[in-house]
Design a binder for this molecule. Structure first.
Ligand SMILES: *Cc1c(COP(=O)(O)O)cnc(C)c1O
Length: 362
């Protein structure tokens, strides 16, 4: 069957070069070959996340580490900052882990604001918070630096941050932000196949995890640290993913971090301009639009154009491109276009031309 190119916000298109690396011959995960591989990429991962801490590799999708963070770090009560499908779900997951949890819910399309977080943390009830930097369901990017600045005011609160759809596309300086956990699954901004997550923990987080009971084994952060010190993972990792990650890091540093961030900024700007040019409004509150995907309003916001989204999707798919038709409760009243991964000005122009043609046929 002919491949349909992915312009959905995850999984995203994976390059031939990445797949070549992914299918490298198998090696043992306790042998020198694996240790050398992990040791070789560790400094690049640290440079990417701007950290001196060891970066961990988890063979799971992002949710494994998202749930793991709750199990490792929450003893009192967790504040789940909620502004879309993924961040809302984290509240549910916290409760399923048997933790005391409270919602800081804002309307979908709005960002999480530091003032609201401050107000909640001031109650003194919380020892952890969860935040999604780039809420993929709504295309909203929350002001991470402003929220992270609260860590200085509340040093005992664990700041757990999901950067699944922003890591490597937007500069995130882990050590400087002073947050405690930063995590991402690899199938979105990093453009690898799904099945691996990358994360880093502060010394404070590791120290706290060591005191927390019932944190299990597979996602035990203390185990990750102990193993990473010897360039290993607690259990057998998806070794193909680690080769793929090595290849992707090579691409990232060949392009250069600044150039990569600028490319995402430019391509998301082009997408917003395309939407405006076609008479659409955007779903996110102005000023908080994501740099990796565009959530276009199709009736979710007053004014602007509305179209038959499933029909549009079908016409675009017939031309070999898959776009997203909106997530959860905004399915159909929004649609999303991704510029994550290896997209270029040329590939985005191809997407816009295909969309233009399809819109002309509606
Ligand atoms: C996709 C996504 C997740 C969940 O990832 P899985 O791979 O399904 O575990 C979590 N957070 C954000 C922001 C996402 O975009």
């Amino acid at each position: 069957m002919a491949h349909v190119k992915l312009h959905i916000p995850g999984p995203v298109e994976v390059s031939e070069k990445t797949f070549q690396a992914f299918r490298s011959p198998m090696i043992g995960h306790r042998g020198q070959g694996f240790k050398d591989l992990y040791a070789a990429i560790q400094p690049q991962l640290q440079q990417l996340l701007h950290t001196r801490e060891l970066v961990f590799l988890s063979t799971s999708s992002a949710w494994g580490v998202m749930e793991g963070a709750i199990r490792n770090l929450v003893t009192k009560k967790v504040l789940n900052c909620m502004c879309g499908a993924f961040s809302d779900k984290w509240f549910d997951v916290s409760k399923r882990c048997g933790k005391d949890a409270e919602a800081l819910q804002v309307e979908w399309g709005s960002p999480i604001r530091a003032e609201a977080v401050d107000k909640k943390l001031a109650t003194g009830q919380f020892d952890a918070l969860t935040l999604i930097h780039n809420e993929t369901s709504t295309g909203v990017m929350s002001p991470l630096a402003e929220i992270a600045a609260l860590k200085r005011k509340y040093p005992d609160v664990m700041f757990i941050v999901d950067a699944v759809s922003s890591m490597s596309a937007v500069r995130i300086e882990f050590d400087k932000l002073g947050i405690d956990v930063l995590l991402a699954g690899t199938q979105k901004a990093l453009a690898l196949p799904p099945g691996l997550a990358v994360f880093v923990c502060s010394q404070a987080a590791l120290g706290k995890a060591a005191t927390v009971k019932d944190r299990g084994y597979y996602f035990d952060f203390v185990e990750f640290q102990k193993n990473a010190e010897g360039h290993m993972t607690p259990s057998t990792p998806s070794i193909g993913h680690v080769y793929a990650l090595q290849s992707k890091l090579e691409d990232i540093f060949a392009e250069g971090l600044d150039a990569r961030f600028a490319r995402h900024e430019q391509l998301s700007g082009m997408t917003r301009d395309w939407a405006a040019g076609q008479g659409f409004k955007l779903f996110p509150e102005p000023g908080f639009e994501s740099r990796t995907l565009t959530c276009v309003s199709n009736g979710a916001r007053p004014g602007g154009r509305t179209v038959d989204v499933p029909k549009l999707q079908k016409l675009v798919k017939d031309q070999g491109i898959l776009i997203d038709g909106g997530y959860g409760k905004i399915k159909g009243t929004t649609f999303r276009l991704s510029n994550m991964g290896d997209e270029t000005e040329a590939t985005m122009r191809q997407l816009f031309a295909t969309l233009d043609k399809a819109l002309g046929q509606l």
